[in-house]
Design a protein around this ligand. Structure first.
Ligand code: CO
Length: 263
């Protein structure tokens, strides 16, 4: 908003650096994925992630960001995003969004995956699957000449038939030397509106989809975002660069998926 909200376009060599930050996030999520089971405390997942990022010469992007106290956002069941890791223990049937950021060589990587803890209900399984699919569907619209609103609309229209709530208060974002850059990428909107998508843009698309109402509340800690009706929410985030050919995914779920196979 306003003239100060510039979009910083990245050169190919900057995109190569961002890819390294993003790869570190992917590997960190893979390490966390190995540990997702009933009985594991949230703070332990955070500790493992922070150590892994630092061992690989990175800095956790979230820690200290506007005073945020941890390296991961761990959002269980009715927590949509920005759950602060605490002593709570994962329970069979939970879903948990793990959101991770890593700063390396001057650039940030940032993305998220929602996991099932043990066996989950069919309605939760569908919520998670459809949220992931909404992201994979929407990023196809991230090509030069389209508008941000095309991505936004793609998320919203994908989940509409399921009567899910699309969170409106939070959105995806540009990313680079700073974790949050212009433009904002809402998960609802009209095609053809918003910023023109152009070569050199790097951004994160992150649908936050609720099983029930789209309305959310924020806890007294000023971080934890919850669904207003207490029903579960799912969250996936991918990071991509816009190139002359279309989009290039910088984020990868490869390490997560490998870990899930052997869990
Ligand atoms: Co993000």
């Amino acid at each position: 908003m306003g003239i100060l909200r510039r979009v910083y376009l990245k050169s190919d060599s900057e995109i190569e650096l961002i890819k390294k930050s993003s790869l570190l996030v992917g590997k960190t999520l893979g390490e966390v994925a190995k540990l997702i089971k009933p009985g594991v405390p949230l703070f332990y997942l955070d500790k493992v992630a922070e150590e892994f990022i630092r061992d690989h010469h990175g800095v956790p992007s979230f820690k200290g960001y506007n005073g945020y106290p941890a390296s991961l956002c761990l959002s269980v069941n009715d927590v949509v995003v920005h759950g602060i890791p605490n002593n709570d223990v994962l329970q069979e049937g939970d879903i948990i969004s793990v959101d991770c950021g890593a700063y390396l060589n001057g650039f940030h990587g940032d993305y998220a995956y929602t996991f099932a803890v043990g066996e989950i209900s069919e309605e939760k399984r569908l919520l998670v699957e459809r949220t992931k699919e909404s992201l994979l569907h929407a990023i196809k619209y991230a090509v030069p000449g389209n508008h941000i609103g095309d991505i936004s609309h793609a998320v919203e229209s994908y989940v509409k038939p399921f009567n899910y709530g699309v969170v409106r208060e939070l959105c995806g974002h540009g990313i680079g030397k700073r974790m949050h850059e212009s433009p904002d990428i809402p998960n609802y909107g009209k095609p053809g509106t918003g910023e023109l998508i152009r070569e050199g843009m790097v951004f994160c698309v992150e649908p936050m989809i609720n099983m029930g109402t789209h309305k959310v509340t924020v806890d007294a800690d000023q971080w934890t975002v919850r669904t207003a009706d207490g029903k579960p929410a799912a969250h996936f985030e991918h990071q991509m660069a816009i190139t002359s050919k279309g989009f290039e995914l910088l984020s990868t779920y490869q390490y997560v998926e490998e870990a899930l196979k052997t869990n």
